[in-house]
Design a protein around this ligand. Sequence first.
Ligand code: FES
Length: 166
Amino acid sequence: MVEKTQFVLSEAAKSKIDSWLAKYPPEQKRSAVIPALHIAQDENQGWLSDEAMEAVADYLGLPKMAVFEVATFYSMYNLKPIGKHQISVCTNVSCMLKGSDKIAEHFKNKLGISFNETTSDGNATLKEVECLAACAGAPACMIDKTYYENLTPEKIDELLRGLSST
Ligand code: FES
């Protein structure tokens, strides 16, 4: 069970959400749910607590369910706390054809965790995700907000060495 947390959208976050709202007709506030959730997630150490989702719903003037159903549908949102770094491994078709199963296994073995788990030192969370739109560089992953393509076990070792020092 996830603990209750306090969450308040900062003025900077509200201003970013406002800039998204300005792109849509006033009656289409639902169109801003996806970017607003990203903004809230970034403000909440990379995950969306119930309180963060409620804050987005309140700010947009939408029913909480309208926000919760978006947050729970997309794999890009985290519904529980994550590690310092998030490693998102694509296992969709192009990556699968280029060996993403071996890439995923290598990440799991090296980190000692499965998908949706966080290392005991809190440094990394491993996630399985749908297409990252980097198919030409398959197999691909994203670490935090950076893409890495044409992954090999050696490249992963190098990436993980870099992560453990940050
Ligand atoms: S299928 Fe992996 S990036 Fe598109």
